[in-house]
Ligand binder design. Structure first.
Ligand code: KIV
Ligand code: ZN
Length: 395
């Protein structure tokens, strides 16, 4: 086993697939240089495994995975391969120069996929798993095997596939919720059942990989960890196929902020989360929704008077983590029609104004009237109304 897979006692490994599953998101294609930049940020942040691409998919993907494999010295670099001999050979070639190479190979296991997509029997798929995992294991020591559509696979058959993959040499077993269909309870129970029922389950690290079709990707990932998984596959900003993958920044901060509930650690330097979010959003020209947890521009912004008043007294009243802990410079109190006197006074102070009580009251009344008419109240608007206010006091 590689060092990545042996060091994971109470540590949850972070497997970032922004450059593979994330890039499969419609419109999120990245250039070669952009991929290298993103890989550098991921490595600096402490990601354990970087899935750099799908080498058989195109020459461009192969070049990017090879370049990342040569460049990254700390993280494991993985290349994806279908359960096809040519794919595995190509992935092996692409990650060959990595300090810590991994081949990640997958095959569908659910009846729906077997019947309609693969047109194979269960026994045929078991034979494919044994043969392809062994082929990958001949090329590298660190082999991940994924049961595509695991959450729609009957548990007995899923256990047989996992058993075959481990016997053939897989060191990580990933049980993806490929179509984002599972609930947290089901996902947790699936991991518990497989780990209990497969005789040599403790020889592998189990991994979660959740899609967000029902908005449950992060909740399901956390439930999978409770079920015994110790690797989380996720992407920056949650980009990925269809509704995306579990967002790395959300998984990492949920584990950290609720460490009382989840006694696991990741090796992530969370102060680089905002930088990573911006790098990915810029690289794939994909905007981050304003109210996105952790890295959205409103994640540390407060507008309501009650909240702003609380924040001015103590940040813990309405923030469960500090903005600095995720690389955001500071909380912002947004001035709008919901803002109260306390925030308005503090804003004026910050802008260098020191008004008496009457002047402040007058300026506040004007500010409220303006905020009712205008969607965004900028510092310049406040400046104008205060200056007007001071001028009229001198008339
Ligand atoms: O969602 C999925 O099942 C995948 C596999 C290739 C791991 O992305
Ligand atoms: Zn996926």
């Amino acid at each position: 086993m590689s060092s990545t897979t042996t060091s994971a006692k109470d540590r949850v490994l972070i497997f970032d697939t922004t450059l593979r599953d994330g890039e499969q998101c419609p419109g999120a294609t990245m250039t070669f240089e952009e991929k290298l930049e993103v890989a550098d940020v991921l490595d600096a942040m402490g990601v354990d495994i970087i899935e750099a691409g799908f080498p058989i998919a195109s020459d461009g993907d192969f070049e990017a995975v090879s370049a990342i494999a040569k460049r990254i010295k700390r993280a494991t670099v993985a290349g994806l391969a279908r359960a096809i001999s040519a794919d595995i050979a190509r992935a092996g070639e692409a990650v060959r120069h990595a300090a810590k190479p991994r081949i990640h190979t997958f095959v569908s296991t659910s009846p729906i996929h077997l019947e309609h997509q693969m047109r194979k029997t269960e026994d045929e798929v078991l034979e494919i798993i044994t043969r392809t995992v062994a082929q990958a294991r001949n090329l590298v020591e660190d082999v991940e095997w994924s049961a595509m559509d695991a959450t729609r696979t009957p548990i007995d058959y899923l256990c047989r596939t996992v058993d075959a993959a481990i016997k053939a040499g897989a060191t990580t077993i990933n049980l993806p919720d490929t179509v984002g269909y599972a609930t947290p309870e089901e996902y947790r129970a699936m991991f518990r059942a497989v780990r209990e029922r497969v005789a040599n389950a403790d020889k592998a690290i189990f991994s979660v990989h959740c899609h967000n079709d029902l908005g449950l990707a992060v909740a399901n990932s956390l439930a999978g960890i409770e079920g015994g998984a110790r690797q989380v596959e996720c992407t920056i900003n949650g980009i990925g196929e269809r509704a995306g993958n579990a967002a790395l920044e959300e998984v990492v901060m949920a584990l950290r902020v609720r460490g009382d509930f989840f006694p696991y650690d990741t090796g992530i330097d969370s102060t680089l989360l905002m930088r990573a979010s911006k790098a990915v959003s810029t690289a794939c020209s994909f905007p981050v929704q304003y109210n996105k947890a952790i890295v959205g521009r409103n994640a540390f912004a407060h507008e309501s008077g009650i909240h702003q008043d609380g924040m001015l007294k103590n940040q813990s009243t309405y923030e469960i983590m500090t903005p600095e802990s995720v690389g955001v410079s500071k909380t912002s109190l947004v001035m709008g029609k919901h803002s109260g006197r306390a925030a308005f006074r503090s804003k004026l102070k910050e802008m260098g104004y020191d008004l008496g009580d009457n002047q402040l009251e007058d300026a506040f009344t004007r500010f409220k009237a303006l905020a009712d008419r205008k969607k965004h109240v900028y510092d310049e608007d406040i400046e104008a109304l205060v200056d007007e206010n001071i001028a009229s006091a001198h008339d």
